[in-house]
Every structure is written in structure tokens, then in C-alpha cells.
Design a protein around this ligand. Structure first.
Ligand code: ARG
Length: 464
């Protein structure tokens, strides 16, 4: 074997320097070292079960792998300059511990193709747990604020224009439900990740009578892949994980945008805690929503990782192609980024302080009760199209006089339409408008309390 690579035999010379630099992947794949070593133990057991290792050889190999694992864990064993990839580095380490004769037996019946395809799935399964915990923490922070602020109104918007009064808690929970669906997506992916490609070898399986199912079970998979070609050459599950990460990024960017808006001075709905904001190097008064801005910005990067990986996979012939090595950096980056953004967003959300008085005042601005006026007319049997016209005229009437709908006198109401009797004022209040929207999923306090409970019920199923 040429130093540092696993394929020297048929080559008269070693790789050119630039070729080696291009090929080398330890700078990103060494993070899979412990998973690779776990795979090696299972593989040693499979070789033993197939009669290819004696009891003593199996024991010796497992002991050597354990020792190397300890060194990796302690940071004492690291890739060297000449190691081509994580697999080559670990074989070098094992050879140093056990000698070439014993260490060199482990590679029988496996290929880096089935190894890496298995490792990335093991990695995604571990990372899904971490991501799940981070997501639950953010949902808890949103739910915590929703609980504290229960009953507080705010202006609801469509097209960024004030539309109808809603409960702040309702709005906060509207950012929590997409994250719940992300949890569900992760869960579904987990089911698909439960198949192990180990035993597929280079592409067609092995001649050595190894049992892929027992290796799968030893590694915590429920089964081995049904097709060794697909097992070694598909990366759709990595793409799917990258998509989920991008979707989380997009979900976070929408929450981030709201927080940034709420903290603008002209809006003044929320204030950031000092620990979760930054200052300006030139403007002493500034308190900037950097957490939210970085979360919003990183969504672009997460989407880029997804489109890059999809493009890499497009049109690749079966079976394994080296292009597939390009799957790792995008998904590693996406998950690393989320592991920073999610806890930061959680800290920021949990410590936001809302100006409820200001939000209440704004809740009735912009003629946001016009729909309530139209609905009131409908309840009096006016056709909605006409009711819409009348309420629209009332808005125009008020706009011309610089007053709100609730300021209209009895006479002014009558002037707009004979159908607008003084009773209409009962629905022209923010609280009335909110409490009247009492269908399931609506903004009335009882319904928002109900959905909060429902949310917590779903999220409890995802706690570790
Ligand atoms: N570093 C490779 C990857 O990440 C491992 C498999 C390499 N296989 C090979 N035949 N060169 O995909």
C-alpha cells in the first residue's frame, strides 16, 4: 500500500501532489471517524461469523479498534498530511496498534463505498436527535411567550398592511407550527434512514458470505438496504436532510423578519435583551437585532447547500461516483449552522420584551375593524357584497375626516348607511373582534389556549 492511501498496488508511482490535494477529504470527513470505527467492530464480527477471522483475531481487532477509538475521542489520533480520507487514516492508526497482518484483515469484504454510505446515514441519525432537541427548545420559547402574553392583542397583517386584530400569542404560535412540521419531517426521514448499506461493498455485494442484516442491527439500523447498487450510490436521504435544514432556515428567517420589524423604533412592539443583541461601532445608541439578521441571512446559505447538492446528484450514473464525496460539506455545514442559529433564536425569543400597550393601540389602527362591521351587517341579513361596500364607504368617510370607525357618531353612521345602527359599535372594539373569531384555529383567547395545549401535546412526543 502506498503511504496514506488504500490502493497503491497497481500504481507504479504515487499520486501527483495536486491530484492528492483534490482527492483528500480528511479535512471534513474525519468527523465521521468514531462512526467508522463502530462500523469496523460490526464488520469484524461479520467476518468472524463468516469464518474469516479466528476468535483471537476478532478479539484482537476489536481491542485495537477500541484503543483507536479512545485515541480519537481524546484528540490524540488525528489525520496526517498523507492520509487520503478518514478510512485511510484509521487503517494507518489500526496498523500502528496491531501491525499490518491483523489490521490488514479488516478491509476484506467491504469498500469505502458502502462504508461512507453507511456512515453518512449514522451521522444523520445522530444529528437528527440534536436538531430535534434544538427545535423543541425554540418551540418551547415561542410557547412560553405565548403563555405569558395570552390575551394581548396586536395588529394582524396581510400584504404587510394592517388587516385585523389578532392575539400576539396566536401570531407567535403561527411560527411554532412550521417548526413542528420540521420535527415531523425529521421523523419521517428517520424511518428512511433506518436501512444500512454495509455489506453492499463496492456495488454488488460481497463474495465472502457476510451477513448485512446482522451488521445493520449491530449498528442500530432496523434492516440492511434491499439493493446494494442503490445503497452505495443514492444520496437522496442526504439531500432530504439538507432540504429539511433549508426549510428550517426559511422558517427561522420568517420569524427573524418579524422580530426585526417589531424592534424597529417606528414600530416599537418588542425590545431585545442585551445578551441577544449587538451595538454599533460608530453609533452609540444602536441596539441591533443581529441574531435575527444572521438567521435570516443564513437561510440563503442553507438553500445554497441544498441546490448545490441536488445539482451534484443530477444525472450521476449508477453506481458509486466520486462526485458523491461532495455530499458531505453541504450537509455538515447546514447542520453546523443550524446548531448555532437555533439556540441563538431560542435565547432571543425567550428574552424578548413586548410593549403590549403599544401593540393594543396599533391593533385597532388602519380601520382593522372594517371586516367586523361587514360581518355585523351580514348577521343582520345584508348580502356580504353590499355589507363590504357599506363598510368600505364607512372607511372612506372616516379617512376623509381623520377619525376611526369607532369614532363615528350615530348620525354619521346613519349618513353612511341607514343599515348602520348604533348597535354596530358593539363589534367595533379590538377585544370584541378577537373574541368573535372563535372557530377552531381562530384568534379568540379560548381557541388560542386550545391550540397552545394541542401544540404542547404534539411537541411532548418529540422530547428526548
Ligand atoms: N471519500 C469518499 C466519499 O466521501 C469515500 C468513498 C471513496 N470511494 C472510492 N472508491 N474512492 O464518497
Amino acid at each position: 500500500m502506498t503511504d496514506g492511501v488504500l490502493w497503491g498496488g497497481r500504481f507504479a508511482s504515487g499520486p501527483a501532489e495536486v491530484m492528492f490535494a483534490l482527492s483528500k477529504s480528511t479535512q471534513f470527513d474525519f468527523r465521521l471517524a468514531l462512526l467508522d470505527l463502530r462500523g469496523s467492530v460490526a464488520h469484524a464480527n461479520a467476518l468472524h461469523a463468516a469464518g474469516l477471522l479466528t476468535d483471537a483475531e476478532r478479539q484482537g481487532l476489536v481491542a485495537g479498534i477500541d484503543q483507536l477509538s479512545e485515541q480519537v475521542r481524546a484528540g490524540q489520533f488525528l489525520p496526517e498530511e498523507r492520509d487520503e480520507d478518514v478510512h485511510a487514516a484509521l487503517e494507518r492508526g489500526l496498523t500502528d496498534i496491531l501491525g499490518a497482518d491483523l489490521a490488514g484483515r479488516l478491509r476484506a469484504g467491504r469498500s469505502r463505498n458502502d462504508q461512507i454510505a453507511t456512515l453518512i446515514r449514522m451521522y444523520l441519525r445522530e444529528e437528527s436527535d440534536r436538531l430535534r432537541t434544538d427545535l423543541v427548545a425554540l418551540i418551547d420559547a415561542l410557547a412560553g411567550q405565548a403563555t405569558t402574553c395570552m390575551g394581548a392583542p396586536m395588529p394582524g397583517r396581510t400584504h404587510m398592511q394592517q388587516a385585523q386584530p389578532i392575539l400576539l400569542s396566536h401570531h407567535l404560535l403561527a411560527h411554532a407550527w412550521p417548526l413542528v412540521r420540521d420535527l415531523e419531517r425529521l421523523d419521517a426521514l428517520g424511518g428512511r434512514l433506518a436501512q444500512s448499506p454495509y455489506g453492499s461493498a463496492a456495488l454488488g455485494g460481497t463474495t465472502l458470505g457476510l451477513d448485512p442484516q446482522s451488521v445493520a442491527e449491530e449498528l442500530g439500523f432496523s434492516t440492511s438496504v434491499p439493493n446494494s447498487i442503490d445503497g452505495t450510490s443514492s444520496r437522496d436521504l442526504v439531500v432530504e436532510a439538507t432540504y429539511i435544514a433549508a426549510q428550517i432556515g426559511v422558517d427561522l428567517s420568517r420569524l427573524a423578519e418579524d422580530v426585526i420589524f417589531w424592534c424597529a423604533q417606528e414600530v416599537g412592539f418588542a425590545r431585545l435583551d442585551d445578551a441577544w443583541s449587538t451595538g454599533s461601532s460608530i453609533m452609540p445608541q444602536k441596539k441591533n437585532p443581529d441574531v435575527a439578521e444572521l438567521a435570516r441571512g443564513k437561510a440563503g446559505r442553507l438553500i445554497g447547500n441544498l441546490t448545490g447538492l441536488l445539482s451534484t446528484c443530477k444525472g450521476l450514473p449508477l453506481a458509486y461516483d466520486r462526485d458523491l464525496q461532495e455530499d458531505k460539506e453541504p450537509i455538515f455545514d447546514s447542520l453546523d449552522q443550524l446548531h448555532m442559529i437555533l439556540p441563538a433564536m431560542t435565547g432571543m425569543v425567550a428574552t424578548l420584551v413586548f410593549d403590549r400597550d403599544r401593540m393594543r393601540i396599533q391593533a385597532s389602527a388602519g380601520f382593522s375593524l372594517a371586516t367586523d362591521m361587514a360581518d355585523w351587517l351580514v348577521r343582520r341579513h345584508v348580502p356580504f357584497a353590499r355589507a363590504h361596500d357599506i363598510a368600505g364607504e364607512a372607511v372612506r368617510y372616516c379617512e376623509a375626516r381623520g377619525i376611526g370607525l369607532e369614532d363615528l357618531t350615530d348620525e354619521q353612521l346613519a349618513e353612511v348607511s341607514a343599515e348602520l345602527t348604533p348597535d354596530v359599535r358593539q363589534v367595533l372594539t379590538v377585544d370584541g373582534a378577537i373574541e368573535a373569531r372563535d372557530g377552531v384555529g381562530g384568534t379568540s383567547t379560548a381557541r388560542v389556549r386550545e391550540q397552545l395545549e394541542r401544540l404542547m401535546g404534539v411537541v411532548d412526543g418529540y422530547r428526548g
